[in-house]
Design a protein around this ligand. Structure first.
Ligand code: NAD
Length: 728
């Protein structure tokens, strides 16, 4: 049975002219992926083609829309657990097995041509690189590329060795390091493929090559082969590695092992014969996959859990699929304009409402400007832009919402203003219409009190800029019905965004999570920690922008006003953050942030410098903390906040926290999110380090009971030792 399934991954056939075709058609899957069955199937095809004297060469193609999507990351993640006890020698052979079969293919003695009929990514494209010739379909949407670096891996099936030998070292490096994809025209121009054909001519073009001018020895297997442009020691090439290393460290702060490993594969491997180079590549692949938690964490969150979320992880089953054809968008400000544009781009008609026509037009103007930029850059045709804009109706007329299927409210963050809008909406909306609020902090159940239909009320928290940010945090209020949740999730899918689902609480998950970071970082100023040290350590830990710089950017005034409105809203329940005294002092001095040129920094035409007066307000400590301790504090304070949100039932699953943290609020991707980060360190080590940081910096870094219990009982958030997910 096993054998049968394995063979079915490839269909093998030979025609009258002796041309074999290996057709990849993974049974029971919509996409071809690479796993052991794939490797065995390919091995089998090679063996048969070599053994049959009638066969003059072979075409490799796919029966599915895509050629091969890449390694099966799901299996790969599972294998990491299964192979945890493998010796290094056994693990090495496992990681080298795909590369070995590709090498067998290119040295089998018969010419092999890849007919790339659809998307060929990662190991799928590396299969094409191992063929002696590549013909690519020019159908729209067909791209090739090596995106492994994006999940913390490296092209480990020959990509780092064959591409430099084909294109030259310096031309190959960007394809390996950036994970960019290429259309047929680009791939031909760059030399990634040898020929391009219309889809209906693809197989004929491939066979013609086999009949006319086949060869079965790669250039690098011929005597006297020299890498085009020189090997890595060549004076034209060597400086590229020096610059490359510097650029990688600057871009990744040394947090991502894969880009440096890719450079090492190319540097070391290209000084040696290809067989040795391939072994070096396998060695680095094994290292990035198993020695650090980075690739496993990135695969888990950015691939596995992201696609689960998009496929409806938390969508209540048995509720009919919903498609929104008319959206109401109330509030045409920064968020409303972005959401309206996003919906119109997905073919949804949008009624965009604001207090007056001028304000509504501002939201429309946002969409117009964003689209015009795309047209200018040649990424969008003018007629498409016109069609998108035609779907947006800026108005003040609520009656136009009578047949809307879903409404998003994004007016001022003020409970009274939102309640007034809710009442106006309830008066016109159909009973079936979902009413979503884009509030970033106010509890949904509280806002729902203004509605006559709280079961239809839900939170859809978009991130700015709303037309581009990939995440929507879906917040279920106490009375939100299953049907409302299902519809909201279907709408998010229609927008092609990734949803997480959380329970209602102050700050939900994302605002609370980023809030813990910013609050702690600003309070460091009051502790006398040097401001540049705070911002630099945050960036070195992998945060996209320093917390003081981002507070200036968003405006200190806004932070102070948000605190004041929370105090008003929650009365005795309001607990001011430790950052409040710092922010209030700056506010009182008129230092409102970047928009007035003064905040934590002074802003001039030549750039920004820390405001010297800060040191007088908050005298610096004599002994500054070690950068390592500060970086730990910055990451730990967020991870601990995530663990608290999980323990309190705000998060339904660790995956929601990890996705929300990375896709929504910029927690570093190399960690895989706060829960992958804790698992990667190990619960016991994490708890011990958190205790050390709490002794050093304060009780807010003390781990909660959940973390202590998990450490004591040997549990993890993910993997075989994960405990049952608590159902809040
Ligand atoms: P904004 O000030 O840019 O836009 C608010 C718009 O609402 C304005 O155009 C205003 O004229 C309009 N408005 C006010 N009262 C109204 C009423 N009674 N009827 C109709 N329109 C009215 O604000 P924004 O940044 O777009 O934020 C809007 C909402 O989205 C807030 O709840 C905010 O917390 C939330 N949010 C903002 C961000 C962000 O980064 N800006 C991110 C997530 C969520």
């Amino acid at each position: 049975m096993e054998k049968n399934v394995m063979q079915q991954v490839f269909q093998y056939k030979v025609d009258a002219e002796g041309i074999a075709t290996f057709t990849i058609d993974y049974p029971g899957k919509s996409m071809n992926v690479i796993d052991q069955a794939f490797i065995d199937g390919l091995n089998d095809c090679i063996r048969r083609a070599v053994a049959d004297a009638q066969v003059i060469g072979a075409i490799i193609t796919s029966a599915k829309d895509a050629f091969v999507a890449g390694a099966d990351l799901l299996t790969m993640e599972a294998n990491l657990d299964a192979g945890a006890d493998d010796s290094v020698a056994i693990a090495f052979e496992k990681y080298a097995s795909l590369s070995a079969v590709y090498r067998r293919l290119e040295t089998c003695g018969k010419p092999i041509v890849a007919a790339i009929n659809g998307v060929a990514m990662g190991g799928g494209f590396e299969l094409c690189l191992a063929c002696h010739h590549r013909v690519m379909s020019d159908a729209s949407g067909v791209v090739v590329g090596l995106p492994e670096v994006q999940v913390g891996l490296l092209p480990g099936a020959g990509g780092t060795q064959r591409l430099p030998r084909m294109l030259g070292v310096l031309a190959a490096l960007p394809w390996l390091l950036e994970g960019k994809t290429a259309t047929a025209a680009k791939a031909l121009e760059a030399g990634l493929v040898n020929a391009v054909a219309a889809p209906e001519r693809l197989l004929a073009t491939a066979r013609q090559w086999l009949l006319d001018q086949p060869h079965s020895t790669q250039a690098w297997d011929q005597k006297g082969f020299k890498i085009p442009g020189g090997n890595p020691l060549d004076p034209r090439v060597a400086p590229g590695f020096v610059v490359g290393n510097t650029m990688i460290v600057a871009a990744t702060q040394g947090n991502l092992p894969a880009p440096l490993a890719i450079q090492s594969c190319v540097y070391e491997g290209c000084l040696l014969p290809i067989d040795k180079g391939l072994r070096i590549e396998s060695k680095y692949l094994l290292a990035v996959a198993t020695l650090s938690p980075v690739s496993r964490s990135m695969i888990r969150t950015l691939f596995i859990n992201k696609s689960r979320a998009e496929k409806g992880l938390h969508r209540p089953a048995a509720i009919a699929a919903f498609k929104c054809s008319k959206l109401g968008m109330v509030g045409a400000g920064m968020m409303g304009g972005g959401i309206a544009l996003n919906a119109a781009q997905r073919g949804i008609d949008v009624v965009l409402i604001d207090r007056d026509q001028e304000a509504a037009m501002r939201g429309y103007g946002y969409a117009e400007k964003a689209l015009a930029k795309q047209v200018q850059r040649g990424r969008l045709a003018q007629d498409k832009m016109d069609a998108i804009l035609k779907r947006i109706t800026p108005t003040t007329d609520y009656l136009l919402l009578r047949d809307a299927e879903l409404v998003v409210e994004a007016v001022f963050e003020d409970r009274a203003v939102k309640a007034e809008v809710t009442r106006r909406l309830d008066a016109v909306l159909s009973p079936d219409c979902v009413l979503a609020t884009n509030t970033s902090t106010l509890p949904i159940s509280l806002l729902a009190q203004a509605s006559i239909r709280p079961e239809r009320f839900i939170g859809l928290h978009f991130f700015s800029p709303a037309d581009r940010m990939p995440l929507v945090e879906v917040i279920r209020g106490q009375q939100t019905s299953d049907q409302t949740l299902a519809r909201a999730l279907d709408f998010v899918a229609q927008l092609k965004k990734t949803p997480i689902v959380v329970n209602d609480a102050r700050g939900f998950f994302t605002s609370r999570f980023i809030g813990a970071f910013i609050d702690d970082a600003i309070s460091m100023v009051a502790e006398g920690i040097s401001p540049p040290l705070i911002d630099n350590c945050a960036r070195q830990a992998g945060m996209p922008v320093g917390p003081l710089a981002i507070t200036d950017e968003l405006s200190i005034e806004l932070s102070v006003h948000a605190g004041q409105s929370q105090a008003k809203e929650f009365g005795a329940d309001y607990r001011p953050g430790r950052s409040v005294p710092v922010l209030q002092k700056l506010y009182a001095l008129g230092r409102m942030g970047k928009k007035v040129g003064q905040g934590f920094y002074d802003y001039t035409d030549s750039g920004k410098r820390v405001w010297p007066g800060l040191a007088l307000l908050f005298p610096p400590r004599e002994a500054q903390p070690a950068p390592h301790d500060l970086k730990q504090r910055i990451l730990y304070v967020q991870a601990i906040e995530a663990a608290r949100a999980f323990a309190e039932g705000v998060l339904l699953a660790p995956a929601d926290g990890d996705l929300g943290a990375i896709l929504g609020v910029g927690f570093p991707a190399y960690t895989g999110g706060p829960f992958c980060y804790i698992d990667g360190i190990g619960l016991t080590a994490f708890v011990n380090e958190a205790d050390r940081l709490a002794d050093l910096f304060g009780e807010h870094l003390r781990p909660n009971e959940l973390l202590r219990e998990m450490a004591a009982s040997g549990q993890t958030f993910y993997g075989p030792k994960a405990g049952p997910v608590p159902v809040p």
